[in-house]
Design a protein around this ligand. Sequence first.
Ligand code: NDP
Length: 241
Amino acid sequence: MTDKPLVAITGASSGIGAATARAFAKDGHPLLLMARRRDRMEELDLPNAHLAEVDVRDRDAVAAAVTAAEERFGPTDVMFANAGIARLGNLFRQDPAEWDESIDINAKGVMNSIHPVMNGMKERRRGTIFMMSSIAGRKIYPDHTVYCGTKFFVHAISESLRAQLAPHDVRVVVLSPGIIETEVLDHVTDPDTLANYRANKQRIEGGISADHVAEMILFAYRMPQNVLIQEMVVTPTRQEY
Ligand code: NDP
């Protein structure tokens, strides 16, 4: 067992979420790991980890996972609302079903993830919420229209939530990564969009490791509760835009 507080992560089965889970586990935190692929969370083989096979579109399932983990490990001190997909595509050719999926997971899924913890953090006057946006939540990129929309949404919510939780000493951090080496491109179904993205990525000699993002998250968390790194923008050095 550990005396460190509970860290909850959505999208913990791969990429940035999995890297962050490993970083907090190494630091001795109990974990609530949420994603749809349980086998991938099991493969992480982390100590003191409550695994929940959860789709972030299911608000009740996220809430139930938080309740179950808190019964085991005590109140949630970190919620990393990270789960997301990148259904990039040309707006004029894209199936609007991909718009729905993006909005439901990247935007509404983030709301579903913060909902079960924000009141408790406010009452305890302690806690940190990390919200996963993207550099595409600050700027527009080709064929990123709806993806950008979901990430601009996360930025807007994080600004508002931060202002409302600031008087209660709860921290809200928004993350805006550029190109990170993960499975995120597996979600792109438009071959032209995928080819353009890959060509750009190759031009800048690839993305950076998800472990760097995890390190930054842990760094921000370790700051005293009265110190808030409001936004973290991280890109490969060669990524100009
Ligand atoms: P991955 O594809 O490796 O990870 C995405 C994670 O989200 C997986 O664990 C996946 O788990 C989970 N996920 C997706 N849909 C759902 C769902 N409906 N319910 C629960 N979990 C879900 O990519 P990344 O690590 O790169 O992505 C993590 C976040 O980082 C995303 O929000 C992405 O937009 C953002 N981001 C990524 C960047 C990059 O270049 N990689 C840049 C900027 C932002 P499972 O499939 O098992 O459910």
